[in-house]
Design a protein around this ligand. Structure first.
Ligand code: SAH
Ligand code: SF4
Ligand code: F3S
Length: 464
């Protein structure tokens, strides 16, 4: 029997032939990603499969024969963005009726969304979800051969299809999914409903993928999962995240390892110890606190309190003194009082984050928090949000500046819009702009960080 990957590769060939025949030239596709880094990785897989159909990527919807959106639904504004795009696409399709429109990802796992697309957006050709991304070639082939809207949403899957083609943004660094889904059910969050149960990839599959990436020029990987600290718990032979890191560290030619996201409830001493002794794990930890109030954290179902969070911050700084810490915070969770909010400000003051991503609570249909009493009025939330943002920015500026005057190793990523200026990143995830040329892209160079401008630096390249 053919395995799933071979079946889909066969459909890729069929799509390629059909597209070429229909158009008389190479097809052009436009693809866009919304949402988190795990989503963008899956966008790269769909882009890779589309390129394998012989399609060439274009930068505007107007030039394209296929428009593909990977959607997010973590907050209401992510949804609104997609409906906005669809309005625009409708008029493009009027000009070009052969245009194929494809929607997939998290938002498509919601029943009310799919109903709306079926009813109000009949011009969309193909809709699939988060569990059957590997089926894209087969589904797209059906779209090319049938003339009606195709919708295929799965509720969950046990299958992880390995080795599909992917189109990487950078040659020298990439994300690697180590697990899918989430079992945590934080009470505000839609992710477990649209991504399904937590599934870890086999360590051998991850190691093999990274080895191949390294052979292909990658020197930095970002290991991705909704809660990497619970990696491997449900494998037939359980493995901890710290053990996985230790194995990845041994891969020759790999230089920097990053990971995200760490849930505070599962951050182990073993992991802190691996971070302390590792030569490759970057000294940056994203540790979402969500709230500084123990009673709100309880209602959020986060399984830690203010004390435990501050204790973790202290432990990590003790083990890795130069660590850069970043976080996510939600403001305006149902029932949040002024005292709760002041607790959040206090934890921000004490934790010295380099950056904190701040979000206004967004009510997600179907989550427990959506039906909680005491939803907070918009004016109150906005006021708290602004107060939090100004503290976060003030502290961020202060903390990011701590490297001013030092010499740091920087991975050069790209040429700045301003010609002659390169942009690189330190292991602390801080951006540095410095005069140089594009031959440096993908290299690790020593840069003196001359001045800090808020969240980035201007620097000078040292003789290498
Ligand atoms: N798995 C990660 C978070 C993924 S979602 C973790 O647990 O840390 C990224 C961020 O979006 C979350 O950290 C949270 O701050 C924010 N978020 C999730 N649901 C939200 C909601 N309903 N309203 C506002 N922000 C939300
Ligand atoms: Fe959402 Fe919580 Fe899972 Fe993160 S850990 S994805 S916030 S449910
Ligand atoms: Fe959004 Fe889905 Fe990621 S809802 S944040 S794209 S897992």
């Amino acid at each position: 029997m053919m395995d799933e990957k071979s079946i889909q590769m066969e459909y890729i060939n069929r799509c390629a032939a059909l597209l070429k025949e229909n158009l008389g030239r190479d097809p052009r596709f436009f693809i866009q990603n919304e949402g988190c880094q795990m989503n963008s990785l899956q966008t790269e897989t769909v882009a890779g499969m589309t390129e394998s159909m012989g399609a060439v990527r274009v930068m505007t919807e107007e030039e394209a024969d296929m428009v593909i959106y990977n959607t997010c639904t973590v907050r209401e504004n992510a949804n609104q963005k997609i409906y906005g795009h669809l309005g625009h696409l409708k008029s493009i399709k009027r000009q070009n009726p052969d245009l194929k429109i494809v929607l997939f990802g998290c938002m498509m796992q919601e029943q009310h969304v799919v109903e709306k697309i079926r009813k109000d957006y009949g011009f969309v050709d193909l809709v699939f979800g988060t569990h059957n991304i590997h089926k894209f070639p087969e589904l797209f082939y059906r779209t090319l051969t049938a003339n009606s809207q195709i919708i295929d949403i799965w509720q969950d899957t046990d299958e992880i299809v390995e080795g599909l083609p992917a189109s990487r943004k950078y040659k020298f660094k990439t994300g690697v999914n180590i697990m899918f889904g989430c079992n945590n059910f934080c009470s505000y969050c839609i992710v477990p409903y649209v991504r399904g149960r937590e599934k870890s990839r086999e360590p051998q599959a991850i190691l093999r993928e990274i080895e191949e990436l390294v052979e292909d020029g990658v020197t930095e990987v970002m290991l991705l999962g909704q809660n990497v600290n619970s990696y491997g718990k449900n494998l037939a032979v359980p493995v901890t995240f710290a053990q996985l890191l230790t194995e990845i560290e041994k891969i020759e030619g790999l230089k920097w390892i990053r990971f995200m996201t760490s849930h505070p409830k599962d951050l182990s001493d073993e992991l802190i110890d691996v971070m302390r002794t590792s030569k490759k794990i970057c000294h940056h930890l994203h540790l979402p606190m969500q709230s500084g109030s123990s009673s709100i954290l309880k209602k959020m179902n986060r399984h830690y309190d203010q004390e435990r969070y501050l204790d973790l911050v202290r432990k990590i700084r003790e083990a890795v003194p130069d660590i850069s810490l970043t976080t996510d915070i939600i403001v305006g969770f149902p029932g949040e009082t002024e005292e709760d909010f002041l607790d959040t400000l206090e934890v921000v003051r004490k934790s010295n984050f380099d950056t904190a991503f701040t979000f206004i609570y967004s009510r997600r249909t179907g989550t427990p928090a959506a039906s909680m009493e005491d939803q907070i009025p918009q004016e109150v939330v906005k006021d708290r949000f602004n107060r939090l943002l100004s503290l976060v920015q003030e502290k961020g500026r202060e903390n990011s500046a701590r490297f001013e005057g030092t010499i740091q190793e920087v991975l050069v990523e790209e040429e700045n819009r301003e010609k002659g200026l390169m942009t690189g990143r330190t292991q602390y995830n801080l951006l540095v702009h410095f005069p140089g040329n594009s031959s440096l892209i993908g290299r690790y160079v020593k840069v003196k960080l001359d001045t800090c401008r808020g969240f980035y630096y201007f620097g000078t390249l040292l003789a290498q």
